[in-house]
Design a protein around this ligand. Structure first.
Ligand SMILES: C[S@@+](CC[C@H](N)C(=O)[O-])C[C@H]1O[C@@H](n2cnc3c(N)ncnc32)[C@H](O)[C@@H]1O
Length: 274
């Protein structure tokens, strides 16, 4: 492959902005060059220029999603940024169990927006099971969405290499994962009781959303880091439209809502309440 020029990187960055609101900084140049190089080597495109021309003129949604996967990062892990789970234990599950918080119809709705390969929504499900011994009496559903096709497929399969379970306490691994055998040795699948709480779907956060809410909790962690200020402000306002009053919004610990106009108040690090 010919090397990607600075001009070509600019074209890539402007397409990423137009399609998905992504803000590709120049620091990503090396990463994009390397991923693009590997992709082109196994594709029928002869050059970066030819591929960019295809993206600009005749690419369909699927082609664009392959391009998205080249640019985005799906890094995630179970029980990532534990402070959100500690907050939920203190301010959501404990008041629920004491009856100082009541929810009509015993209905709980959580959205993991930008769920990547699923560690986040399944962590929410494990934590909910641990916090709510009476969970079977509740209508508890978690919506998990991501733009990436590969991430959505992985989240749907819910099969993970065992090394990804290292951050989970052993008794929880025994309780909520099924060890693979044969071809699946070295992998583990999330137990059915958790999978049945989680609905995985593909969704571009920049597009109109089919759901009406209201949600009790929205996680959008380590996603907005790629968006500029205006995109973040618009997105968080749209989240707030779907959160019930008192609903909780969790964002990534390296992200901030300071300086943007949104109807939430900060209640703990990277945690907000409508
Ligand atoms: C770094 S991962 C974070 C995963 C998880 N929330 C966590 O904190 O562990 C960021 C995810 O955001 C997704 N993403 C980026 N832009 C998106 C968009 N416009 N719509 C939906 N998902 C998007 C990416 O596909 C990726 O899976």
């Amino acid at each position: 492959m010919d090397a990607m020029s600075a001009k070509q990187f600019e074209v890539i960055a402007s397409l990423a902005k137009e399609y998905w609101g992504l803000n590709l900084s120049e620091r990503k140049t090396d990463l994009v060059r390397s991923r693009l190089g590997k992709f082109l080597a196994r594709s029928s495109f002869q050059s970066v220029e030819e591929y960019l021309e295809h993206l600009r003129t005749d690419a369909d949604d699927e082609d664009r999603l392959v391009f998205f996967d080249l640019l985005s990062t799906n890094v995630t892990s179970f029980f990532r940024e534990r402070q959100h789970f500690d907050y939920l234990e203190r301010e959501f599950y404990t008041p629920l169990s004491r009856g100082t918080l009541t929810l009509p119809g015993k209905r709980i709705r959580v959205w993991s927006a930008g769920c990547s390969t699923g560690c986040e929504p399944y962590t929410i499900a494990i934590h909910a099971h641990e916090q709510m011994p009476d969970i079977a009496e509740w209508d508890y559903q978690i919506l998990a969405t991501d733009l990436s096709n590969t991430a959505v497929a992985a989240a749907t399969n819910a099969i993970y290499p065992e090394r990804m379970l290292e951050d989970i306490e052993r008794p929880l691994v025994r309780k909520y994962f099924l060890k693979g055998t044969g071809a699946q040795a070295g992998h583990a699948r999330v137990a059915k009781q958790l999978r049945s709480m989680v609905s995985v779907a593909r969704l571009n956060l920049m597009d109109p959303w089919p759901m009406k809410g209201p949600f009790d909790i929205i996680f959008c962690r380590n996603v907005m880091i790629y968006f500029d200020r205006n995109t973040r402000e618009r997105l968080v306002n749209r989240f707030c439209d779907l959160l019930r009053p008192g609903g909780i919004l969790a964002i990534g610990s390296s992200e901030t809502l300071s300086g943007i106009d949104v109807p939430v108040r900060s209640v703990a690090p990277s945690t907000y309440v409508k």
